[in-house]
Ligand binder design. Sequence first.
Ligand code: SF4
Length: 262
Amino acid sequence: MKRRTQPKPEDRPQNTPAKTPAGVAGSAPPGTGESAAPLLAPFLNEVYSRLYQRYGPQGWWPGEGPLDVVIGAILTQAAAWTNVETAMASLTKAGCRSLQAIHRLPVDDLASIIRSSGYFNAKARKLKAFASHVVNRYGGDLSAFLDQEQEPLREELLSIYGIGPETADDIILYAAGKPSFVIDSYTRRIVKRLGVLVQEKGDGYGAFQALFHDNLPHDAPLFNEYHALLDRHAKEACAKTPRCEGCCLKDICATGRSSEGS
Ligand code: SF4
């Protein structure tokens, strides 16, 4: 998947993180055994610092506001961001870029408006489910919904039809500005190739997320930038077929090191 806005300097989030997360410093090889856990914090810090130096700030969401983040997070499931932008422009043109309008609109009409995003019937049901939830429980006040504590917010998001862990964390991080690390296929791919062990806690979403939550300061601007940098790196170097030669992580990456001389 991925939704992505084209970074614009003026869209950069406030409080853009420093190049190095506070509280961790130095570098270390990836976890390769029982003694690896204490090394993970400096290792993740080193990965972040290198990616930041390589690509600079990515200027991801919040774009034009929390509602756009929510709509984008739902529409981007299995869709290119350019198609999501087309669908969002169609919503604006139809006068339906509000929770109240989406809540009122018949699902078939909504599906037709967001057709360009793909899987439009399912996504129309998901958008309506979210809009109806906020309208019915919060009088349509998205801020009131997002302002609650992070854990109950996540639980409530996951209770809404069509909102899975990744979409929920997209909304928590990029719309609510709370520190919940987003795990997507790009993040999984890079983490696995780096050689960081997450299997001890299972190979599911929570295990990957715990890797970041357990070893980095819980800081929303940091998580925002880190996730965006990982996605950028997956597109620029750590693609399906990795381009390890010249990768800024090669000397600290298990896959990169094993590729030497092959
Ligand atoms: S060295 Fe290769 S496998 Fe490792 S992060 Fe870079 S591109 Fe990916």
